[in-house]
Ligand binder design. Structure first.
Ligand SMILES: [Ca+2]
Ligand SMILES: [Ca+2]
Length: 211
């Protein structure tokens, strides 16, 4: 007769227990691939005489599609010049999904909105485009909803809402002086301290001014 027990690190996982007579390893706590995808621990077999031997057991958890895509942010407010090209993305929506591989691969789709046919979306990148050149504005703003679905068919429970505000291409718009800004800040900085300064420039009547 042999008695089976979990070794030290096996006891620490709390996810498994051992049936001491049969040698069956059983689940004692919910598994979550996204938190821990594999376990490794020793199992000790001891005979009646007190002699024992140890073997390492490795358990691989496989992923299931238990997460849906989530938009972050859910609301987008973008400005669109009426001279935008059909090949230039004017905004990007972003959803994430904690699952791996195809269960976490997202495809985007415009699902509703007045005048939704004026816009298209790259289903894999989430980039938004206009569907025709010389984008003549009949309205000062548009609203579309975008849905996200993963490769296993799970849909986001909340669609992204995109508000598109039209800008006359003849009107100057402010431009940042740099395309990116990086700042370094110590972790013990006091509240209300200035982290950095960003500046945009606009051109009014041919003159430049900061704003
Ligand atoms: Ca998923
Ligand atoms: Ca999963």
């Amino acid at each position: 007769m042999v008695n089976y027990t979990l070794g030290d690190s096996g006891l620490r996982t709390n996810h498994f227990y051992m049936k001491s007579v049969s040698g069956e390893i059983c689940i004692s706590q919910d598994l979550d691939y996204e938190t821990q995808s594999s376990f490794e621990f020793p199992v000790v077999a001891t005979d009646r005489g007190g002699l024992s031997t140890t073997v390492m057991v490795r358990i691989q958890v496989t992923d299931v599609n238990d997460n849906e895509p989530i938009f972050n942010p859910v609301e987008y407010n973008v400005s669109l010049r009426d001279d935008i090209q059909t090949t230039t993305p004017f905004a990007v929506v972003l959803a994430t999904d904690r699952d791996s591989d195809r269960f976490g691969t997202i495809s985007y789709k415009i699902v509703s909105g007045k005048d939704a046919n004026l816009f298209r979306i790259d289903r894999s990148t989430g980039e938004l485009f206009v569907t025709r050149g010389n984008f003549l504005t009949r309205s000062s703003s548009y609203h579309i909803n975008v849905s996200a679905m993963d490769g296993g068919g799970n849909k986001c429970s909340q669609d992204a809402q995109v508000t598109i505000n039209m800008i006359n291409s003849h009107m100057p718009i402010p431009l940042f002086q740099q395309s990116t800004y990086s700042f370094v800040v110590p972790e013990d900085v006091f509240k209300n301290s200035v982290v950095g300064n960003i500046k945009a420039v606009t051109s009014d009547n041919g003159k430049s001014s900061t704003c």
